[in-house]
Design a protein around this ligand. Structure first.
Ligand SMILES: Cc1cc2nc3c(=O)[nH]c(=O)nc-3n(C[C@H](O)[C@H](O)[C@H](O)COP(=O)(O)O)c2cc1C
Length: 155
């Protein structure tokens, strides 16, 4: 099973913390969508899109990367860190139009936020992602990758 995580983490590196922990623990390749615009993803079995949330959306570079590079019928998952810790993956919908991906799961957690007025109060969710957020993300990834491998066993 060949996995990759495409990420954008431009505010405090919050999302990158999660991505790096998964990459280290499970040997997953990563690519920073704010720098790399094109990549052949056809040989990857599992593709993660990881991003901080900016104005309610995954980073523009992630959306553009998915639009340009994601082949049809891939197994994918989402990771995000945000001030509100909600599921913002609907913001990927347009980028995934016509690609018919199989979404295996979504993980989100709080991320330290000092955007705009929040800076004046020292930010929100300071210290996040914390160790527990990272442990939960690792458990999430383990489950997703096992599901992906089981699909391959059947095929
Ligand atoms: C310009 C900007 C806009 C943001 N908009 C939102 C938002 O709409 N909803 C939310 O929950 N968090 C929002 N946040 C908070 C970030 O999503 C949060 O801090 C996230 O963990 C940043 O991830 P990063 O450090 O990986 O970039 C925003 C932060 C910035 C800098």
């Amino acid at each position: 099973m060949k996995p990759i995580i495409v990420y954008a983490s431009t505010h405090h590196g919050n999302t990158r913390k999660i991505v790096d922990a998964i990459a280290k623990e499970y040997g997953v390749e990563t690519v920073d969508a704010t720098g790399v615009k094109e990549k052949d993803l056809s040989k990857y079995d599992l593709i993660g899109f990881a991003s901080g949330i900016y104005a309610g959306k995954f980073h523009p570079s992630i959306r553009q990367f998915a639009k340009n590079n994601l082949p049809v019928n891939k197994k994918i998952f989402f990771l995000s860190t945000s001030a509100m810790n909600r599921d913002f993956s609907a913001s990927m919908k347009e980028a995934l139009n016509g690609k018919d991906p199989d979404v295996l799961g979504k993980y989100s957690c709080f991320g330290y936020n000092t955007f705009g007025p929040f800076k004046l109060i020292g930010g929100t969710s300071k210290g996040h992602p914390d160790e527990e957020d990272i442990r939960n993300a690792l458990a999430f990834y383990k489950k997703i990758s096992e599901t992906c491998s089981r699909f391959q066993d059947v095929i």
